[in-house]
Design a protein around this ligand. Structure first.
Ligand SMILES: [Zn+2]
Length: 400
């Protein structure tokens, strides 16, 4: 049980499934969390009947994901009365009147008859199943598929999706961020969910590697959240440039030099499944030192997790030796964002307290340290969130 989710989505995120699987260090579907300060739960008085109902529902729902059950609407069962649906997608009153606190027949069939590896946490990664008793759960699987087209003249809305990288070429081992943009090219407003990261469950990013290997970017965790729909006026555009894809739950992605092709699908505009035209980026051939520094990360799943979660303290020793190598062994290269990204990540780590449940002691947040790191960060070619964070912490430090 947590307070509020500290990341994209914040109060809208009511639960999370952690799903990380790499060869030597496999923990797929072994952790779930429920956020008691999320909007879906704080709508009700703590301790009241409805509050208990929401907490229990979210908890069983997340455990269901842990047992490899997808959202009912990802499996074509949009109106199923089960723990695995979102009551808000149906009429909540209809849902709660009909719901009898059970999984539906398909889910029960899966739980009773699927192979052990499909169900047991720690075995198959989320949404990967040996049986075909259930489908769905893959990132972007039609979360808004069967939502009827809004009636307010939306056929004149023309949503357009674009995806690209923040730089045309990258140094070997450099962090790669992607930017996705939604443009309304129509003459009437459209509604969209502002959920542009693969972990939000509505965006699927596909990357074709230089030798043809296809990678579907799989986030190390999946957020269950209330996707409130926002309005995008004609001619309007909205973008998110913080999609971190240097590595995902399955490990490194850009681990060979050459040309990579990016594409994306987005299910966050009701009534549409949008496809972005392909774009490309190139990873340059490394020097010996650049390659050595890059593999320091790719051989260490825990360090990748620490960087992915922007909390170096998760893998402190590996982090220190990696940082040391980046700062002192990489050739001086203003075009390489790796040092700036690492300094930024160190700053974020100091912005919040860190206390693992099993550790004897934790770390307090240290805004002075965070500020000192952030001042050094050159934000060029990093996501716009970096500049925002720099300003935010500078303001905070002035206030204190
Ligand atoms: Zn869910």
């Amino acid at each position: 049980m947590g307070g509020r989710f500290d990341g994209r989505g914040y109060g809208d995120v009511s639960g999370v499934l952690y799903d990380v699987s790499t060869d030597e260090d496999a923990f797929p579907r072994q952790g779930v969390a429920v956020f008691l300060a999320s909007k879906g739960i704080t709508d009700y008085a703590p301790g009241s009947k409805d509050w208990k109902r929401e907490v229990l529902f979210t908890l069983v729902h997340e455990i269901g994901h842990g047992l490899n059950l997808p959202h009912a609407f990802d499996d074509g069962r949009d109106s199923a009365l089960t723990w695995m649906n979102y009551p808000s997608r149906l009429d909540p009153e209809v849902f709660w009147n009909g719901f009898d606190h059970s999984f539906d027949e398909r889910e029960r069939h899966f739980l009773c008859h699927a192979p052990h590896a499909d169900i047991a946490p720690g075995a198959c990664a989320y949404a990967t199943r040996r049986s075909n008793l259930l489908s769905g759960g893959r990132v972007g699987d039609a979360a808004f598929r069967d939502v009827p087209e809004p009636e307010d003249g939306d056929e004149r809305a023309r949503p357009l999706l674009q995806i690209g990288s923040l730089k045309p070429h990258y140094v070997f081992g450099e962090p790669v961020f992607l930017k996705v943009q939604l443009v309304n090219e129509g003459t009437s407003a459209l509604r969209y969910a502002k959920a542009f990261d693969p972990s939000d469950g509505l965006l699927t990013v596909t990357i074709v590697k230089p030798r043809g290997e296809v990678r579907l970017v799989r986030a190390p965790f999946a957020l269950c959240q209330n996707h409130r729909l926002r309005r995008l006026a004609p001619g309007g555009r909205v973008a998110f440039d913080g999609i971190f894809v240097a590595f995902d739950a399955d490990g490194a992605i850009f681990d060979e030099p050459g040309r990579y092709t990016l594409s994306a699908r987005y299910a966050g505009v009701p009534g549409h499944i949008l496809t972005a035209p392909e774009t490309r980026l190139r990873v340059l051939h490394p020097t010996r030192e650049e390659e050595r520094v890059a593999i320091l990360v790719w051989d260490k799943p825990l360090l990748m997790r620490a960087i992915g979660l922007r909390q170096p303290l998760i893998a402190r020793d590996d982090w220190e030796s990696y940082r040391e190598a980046v700062m002192h062994r990489l050739p001086v290269d203003p075009g390489n964002t790796t040092p700036a990204f690492l300094t930024y990540t160190a700053a974020l780590g100091w912005m919040k307290p860190h206390k693992p449940a099993c550790a004897p002691r934790g770390y307090e947040a240290d805004l002075i340290k965070a500020g000192a790191h952030l001042r050094e960060v050159r934000a060029a070619h990093l996501p716009s969130g970096v500049v925002r964070k720099k300003r935010q912490i500078a303001r905070k430090l002035r206030r204190d």
